[in-house]
Design a protein around this ligand. Structure first.
Ligand code: NI
Length: 169
């Protein structure tokens, strides 16, 4: 099932998500739906709060479906090591139409559980490292807007407020 992606302004997006404790068929279904919803929206990552589920689950595929081996399920992810820096433009399916430069580590090692509950570690570079940070942020109720410069952040928020008032958000 394809879920609509919630937009900035919805409080679920700014609420820290709960740990996943039960690794059952229901969770597997949710993971499936998360991938479907992410691909339908042409995203490289999607966190459960973005579809209104306050649990620590995110899916990532920086190849946008081109390489099945790039599909990653992150349950209860934690960033355990960061190295270097990268400053690139970042966007978010919950903030459509807006992008901004965000400073992130160039390498990020994440520790998480897969859909069966097995723990794994993975070191990502570049876009994957960025996705690890962006999705972990989502699970902590943080949007990329928080990492923009104060000026850019205020400007973006004002534009979104206008769209909200016009009923176009
Ligand atoms: Ni996002």
């Amino acid at each position: 099932m394809i879920y609509p992606v919630l937009k900035y302004g919805n409080s679920v997006l700014e609420t820290p998500a709960q740990r996943v404790e039960k690794f059952d068929a229901e969770l597997e279904m949710l993971v499936q739906d998360m991938f479907e919803s992410m691909y339908a929206a042409n995203g490289v990552g999607l966190a459960a709060p973005q579809i209104g589920r306050g649990v620590r689950l995110a899916v990532v595929d920086v190849t946008v479906g081109k390489n099945p081996e790039a599909k990653m399920v992150l349950l209860n992810p934690e960033i355990i090591r960061i190295e270097g820096e990268q400053r690139e433009e970042e966007g978010c399916l919950s903030v459509p139409g807006f992008r901004g430069y965000v400073l992130r580590p160039q390498y990020v090692t994440i520790r998480a559980q897969d859909a069966s509950g097995a723990e794994f570690e993975r070191r990502g570079e570049g876009l994957l490292a960025r996705a690890f940070c962006h999705e972990t942020d989502h699970l902590n109720g943080i949007l990329f807007l928080s990492h923009l410069s104060l000026l850019k952040r205020d400007l973006t928020r004002r534009k979104i407020r206008k769209l909200q008032k016009a009923g176009e958000w």
